[in-house]
Write a protein of this length. Structure first.
Lengths: 334, 288
């Protein structure tokens, strides 16, 4: 178990190294001189050379890459062209907003998707079943940016119930403790701030969670149907156990492995979905930071963010693989 | 499965499964996309780039000239949607074909030969698979700039992986089958076996993968265009139209509704068709 985990964790290193090289090569292949993004149009040749030297851009590409790697290994991802601040600081300041949004979206997807999936399997051909089977296709076919715009149109525009973007109303003075607004509000007993934070979270979390809800619903349904046909379920029913116990304590517990699998597989879609949803709702997370960085051709920021996203994604996949072997010991370690 | 090819079945019943409502809807959507894309200049009532500030933000009108209304600079929405289909169609076909060829070739070579070359190709795959979906595409466009070819490369950069995985798995199970062993003992070379015995037998499942890849390509292209990372903004795209609509959402709902509806219905149709093909050819293909 431990050897397997350690082996998987170390196996990540070569992949991430090649990923970093690939991203660095892409940056090198970018048209235009990055120095021109740092100087004004009137800058003289001397100015340009001085600034290139200050940012290390006068070095050969191989030296730049090695410098980048050594710095990255110690948590320094370089300095943003636009903000003139360390990329890592910019990311860390915005990361809680992204995590909070992703967490609420996942919670929403789980708490709607699983019960609907179980109900659909328990009552085949009922309304839940129809909703369940349509839901999956709906989820994968619905562009989240369109859904977001429609939500703004209806709930922020016409009904005027919820804010159309941002994370908190202007001028809300909630001191930051963890960076997670809902948690900070509860910790400080600021119920007004909690209410505002939840109001701002509602639309982006629903939009980000919609695709996952559909997929969780489908997988739960399929996996439950499979388990409900097993002998142990018949035995449980023959023992006279109530339908609810059979459904949740027996069949669902076994269906859980597939549900965890799919939540893990959907983590990547959650990341790319968040980049888009944060842009639609002006949510001040790292997705919006990336898109703004691209607009300003802020190369260090883009490179840093792509590497952070990829590292999080790869590590998450490894953790899920390790989690499997704990949940289901039958899965043999390779 | 191994002996199944596209020619399985006979006569009219061979294609009868395409008459299921789900498949018909999908075929209708693909047909509409092809017709709109190919004949856009003939069908579109207006020049999609023609601005008419006097008619800006005209709501949809059943009898007037602008059936679906106009945008913030008075361009006809219906015409832009029809021309937008061109970009979606062109990019979807290019991505499906290029990533399909790359994925299938790498996959069957990997699965058929195994050993060293297999582990090399799998390492290569692992690197591209390490990026969250769409992020590599975003990075490619962010660094290399906007353009049709770059968007196609960006979207194909990860799309080949599902083809490769499934082609590898199927080639692995085919390589020891009797008819392949027989062909080999009769002196057929590797290229010939791959081309004449392995490839035809994996085509049905590749068709299924390709159908889903097309849906993904269309939705991803729209996402890139929406983020301002697609083809240059002078070319009308469905995603780009939605990006324009964001600023006028409180006044002109039609600008947001119709382009999104086109993306949704097209992608939904293709996904449903993919599901029908999957059940027809191989119910085992699930998460590839």
């Amino acid at each position: 178990m431990l050897t397997y985990s350690v082996k998987r964790l170390f196996g990540v290193i070569p992949v991430l190294l090649i990923v970093s090289l690939l991203v660095f090569l892409l940056m090198q292949a970018a048209p235009g001189d990055p120095v021109s993004m740092l100087v004004s149009d009137e800058a003289t040749t001397e100015d340009r050379e001085r600034i290139a030297a200050a940012w290390g851009l006068d070095q050969p590409a191989s030296v730049q890459y090695l410098n980048f790697l050594t710095n990255a290994a110690s948590g320094d991802l370089g300095t943003s062209f636009r903000y003139r601040e360390p990329v890592m600081d910019l990311v860390l300041a915005r990361l809680p907003a992204s995590i909070e949004l992703a967490l609420y979206a996942t919670l929403l997807a789980i708490s709607i998707g699983i019960p609907l999936g179980v109900l659909a399997a328990a009552k085949p051909n009922s309304i839940f079943d129809t909703v369940g089977s349509i839901g999956g296709f709906f989820g994968i076919s619905m562009p989240n940016f369109w859904l977001g715009i429609l939500m703004i149109l209806i709930f922020a525009g016409h009904l005027n119930l919820l804010p159309s973007g941002g994370r908190e109303p202007w001028g809300m003075d909630l001191p930051r403790l963890s960076g997670f607004l809902t948690l900070d509000a509860v910790l400080q007993g600021r119920w007004d701030a909690l209410w505002q934070a939840l109001r701002h979270l509602a639309l982006p979390a629903i939009v980000l969670g919609t695709a996952m809800t559909g997929i969780i619903m489908q997988i739960t349904r399929a996996s439950m149907l499979e388990n409900l046909g097993e002998d142990y379920v018949m035995t449980a029913r023959a023992k006279g156990l109530s339908n609810r116990v059979v459904l949740w304590r027996h069949a669902f517990r076994n269906a859980l492995v597939s549900v965890i699998t799919i939540i893990g597989l959907e983590f990547g879609a959650l990341i790319s979905g968040a980049i888009i949803v944060e842009t639609v709702f002006s949510w001040p997370g790292i997705g919006l930071l990336l898109i703004q960085g691209i607009t300003f051709r802020d190369f260090p920021l883009i490179t840093g963010l792509v590497l952070i996203y990829t590292t999080i994604f790869v590590m998450m996949n490894v953790l899920i693989d390790i989690l499997y072997t704990i949940v289901d010991p039958r899965i043999r370690m390779r | 499965m191994a002996t199944a090819t596209l020619a399985r079945g006979s006569g009219r019943s061979r294609y009868a499964f395409l008459l299921a409502p789900k498949a018909l809807f999908g075929l209708l959507m693909i047909g509409a996309l092809i017709v709109a894309g190919a004949f856009a200049p003939l069908i579109a009532p207006f020049d999609p780039a023609r601005q008419d500030l006097m008619a800006a933000m005209t709501p949809p009108q059943l009898t007037g000239p602008h059936f679906l209304g106009t945008d913030h600079v008075g361009r006809d929405l219906l015409s832009r949607i029809i021309f937008g289909a061109r970009v979606s169609l062109l990019i979807a076909i290019a991505v499906v074909v290029f990533s399909g060829i790359a994925g299938i070739v790498l996959g069957i070579v990997s699965g058929y030969f195994g050993s060293r070359i297999d582990s090399l190709i799998q390492k290569f795959l692992e690197v591209f698979w390490a990026f969250p979906p769409l992020l590599l595409a975003i990075a490619i466009v962010a660094f290399l700039g906007q353009g049709l070819a770059i968007v196609i490369i960006a979207l194909a950069s990860q799309r080949w992986i599902p083809y490769c995985r499934l082609a590898r798995a199927e080639a692995m199970s085919l390589r020891d089958r009797e008819f392949v062993v027989a062909a080999r003992s009769l002196g057929a070379g590797h290229t010939r076996i791959l081309r004449e015995h392995i490839l035809p037998n994996i085509l049905p499942s590749m068709l299924v993968v390709g159908t889903f890849a097309m849906a993904t390509a269309i939705i991803s292209e729209a996402a890139l265009s929406f983020l301002g990372l697609g083809v240059p903004p002078t070319i009308p795209t469905w995603g780009g139209m939605l990006a324009d609509a964001r600023a006028y959402i409180s006044t002109s709902w039609w600008m947001a509704l119709f382009p999104g509806l086109c993306i949704f219905l097209t992608v939904l149709g293709i996904n449903l068709l993919g599901d029908v093909l999957r059940t027809r050819f191989d119910p085992k293909i699930k998460n590839f």
